[in-house]
Design a protein around this ligand. Structure first.
Ligand code: NOJ
Length: 496
């Protein structure tokens, strides 16, 4: 069943944020057995692969992105045997498994940091002016007066990738999980491991230094040396059968810079965050899609689309309505390349904006007042009070019973049904994920494109209904059509 080495090129990958997905043991935190219980749901949804956010041993200072043991499962989530059972069942259902790899930093509870092995981290006698992505200085002082670098929380010391021991360790970690059967890795902060020689000051800048999209280069991100690491990793991935892959989480300043992470001797994919951050408008979408496709073509790799993840407000909330979110989803799922879904978007979940401050767990909240907890609220499974959870780690709004998977299951107009129908059509029309894209002439505020001869996608971001000239049979629509016209905030897939 899993015999196509190029599976990732047009794959639909479903991101599971383990704490929030499904809780099998009733402790209020999702776990690996919970994911295993929901494999039937994911199969029915029609995804090709799961990306599991970190489930490794961790003090959870940053939701598991602070790893204390890269080769084990945190007791919150289960044990290695649960992982093995999960991957075996997923594979039996034809679902691949991608795991998160966090190489830029470890936890401060990692044995290396605990043992004071300073050459494996970045210690200096004096800090420079670098700021943490989570706010405040990127340096923390230890008892003897030295300082260590942490681009994220103080509990996440940056590893020293100039040290060959660090490099060898990560090559070994890759093999550890490849041997356990994983199909790929999502590389956390893939643009971060190499810092400019001498750690030069950034100097005065407006706003947060790390706000990179469209911004300038900073000496701790997107340094050329990072590509040597991927050129070391690629032969390891290629030495395993079955199309093992890696996708970069790289926040860099342009589509050109992003394309440098992918190719036959580096990584397979890199998320197009410019698409995720585009305004809900025909022109903005067209601009970023054109740029992303042009760059992808140069390096011979497909584009990797994403609308939501565990770090940004969900697209229902960003665009301000479920109708827009559904329309954007149908656009994304008709673009050439691979698409990543974030758990709960198939239910049309918004962010929870009124979480009490004392319950917020994102380390960024204490340092900057910004919090990603709103998009990490556990998924509502049932329509009963509690939505299938007992005392979840973040409270689930009572109103979410209506959005639960159970409530949406048999409703043909539900968002869950829309996602299922879209993924089903994507499977039956391989040209939807592959092939080429041709823009069709369309009125202002309307995006019209042709995928493979005969499949037309139209998105109306304007304020008036439009009646497209390209007739055809409606395969799928993100919302009700008004007498053949496409209302505002609606995408239609047509077959002619
Ligand atoms: C990116 C991850 O997606 C985010 O959740 C995390 O806080 C940082 N990297 C640090 O690992």
């Amino acid at each position: 069943m899993l015999d196509n080495d190029d599976w990732w090129r047009d794959a639909v990958v479903y991101q599971v944020y383990p704490r929030s997905f499904a809780d099998a043991n009733g402790d209020g935190v999702g776990d690996l057995a919970g994911v295993r219980d929901k494999l039937g749901y994911l199969r029915r949804l029609g995804v090709d692969a799961i990306w599991l956010s970190p489930f490794y041993t961790s003090p959870m200072a940053d939701g598991g992105y602070d790893v204390a043991d890269y080769r084990d499962v945190d007791p919150l989530f289960g044990e290695l045997a649960d992982f093995d059972a999960l991957i075996a069942d997923a594979h039996a259902l034809g679902i691949r498994m991608i795991v998160d790899l966090v190489p830029n930093h470890s936890s401060d509870r990692h044995p290396w940091f605990q043992a004071g092995l300073r050459d494996r981290y970045i210690f200096r006698d004096r800090p420079n002016d670098w700021e943490s992505i989570f706010g405040g200085s990127a340096w923390t002082q230890v008892a003897d007066g030295q300082w260590y670098l942490h681009l994220f929380a103080p509990e996440q010391p940056d590893l020293n990738w100039e040290n060959p021991v660090v490099r060898a360790e990560f090559r070994d970690i890759l093999r550890f999980w490849l041997d356990r059967g994983v199909d790929g890795f999502r590389i956390d902060v893939a643009h971060g491991m190499i810092k400019a020689a001498g750690l030069p000051d950034v100097g005065p800048k407006e706003g947060r230094q790390a706000e990179m999209l469209g911004g300038e280069q900073v000496p701790y991100f997107d340094q050329d040396g990072v590509h040597d690491i991927y050129r070391e990793w690629r032969p390891i991935l290629d030495s395993y059968p079955g199309g093992r892959m890696a996708v970069a989480e790289a926040w860099v300043s342009s589509a050109e810079r992003l394309a440098r992470y992918v190719g036959p001797d580096e990584l397979h994919q890199a998320f197009s965050f410019e698409f995720m951050m585009a305004d809900f408008h025909a022109k903005s979408f067209r601009t970023v899609i054109d740029k992303a496709l042009a760059e992808a073509e140069l390096v011979g790799a497909p584009t990797t689309w994403v609308l939501s993840n565990h770090d940004k407000p969900r697209h229902v909330t960003r665009y301000g309505s479920l109708a827009r979110a559904r329309a954007a989803t149908l656009l994304m799922l008709a673009l050439p390349g691979s698409a990543y879904l974030y758990n709960g978007e198939e239910l049309g979940l918004p962010d929870v904006l009124d979480l009490p401050d004392e319950l917020r767990q994102d380390p960024a909240f204490r340092r900057s007042g910004e919090s990603r907890d709103g998009c990490r609220v556990p998924l509502p499974w049932t329509g009963s009070p509690g939505c299938g959870w007992q005392d979840p780690w973040l409270p689930i709004p009572g109103s979410w019973a209506r959005l639960s998977a159970e409530a949406q299951e048999d409703d043909p107009g539900s968002t869950l049904s829309l996602y299922r129908a879209a993924l089903d059509l994507r499977r039956r029309h391989p040209a939807l994920g592959g092939g080429t894209l041709t823009w069709l002439d369309s009125p202002k505020d309307v995006l019209a494109l042709e995928r493979s001869p005969g499949l037309v996608v139209v998105l109306n971001t304007g304020e008036q209904p439009v009646r497209p000239e390209f007739g055809g049979r409606v395969l799928l629509s993100s919302g009700p059509l008004a007498d053949g016209a496409i209302p505002p905030d609606t995408t239609v897939w047509l077959e002619r």
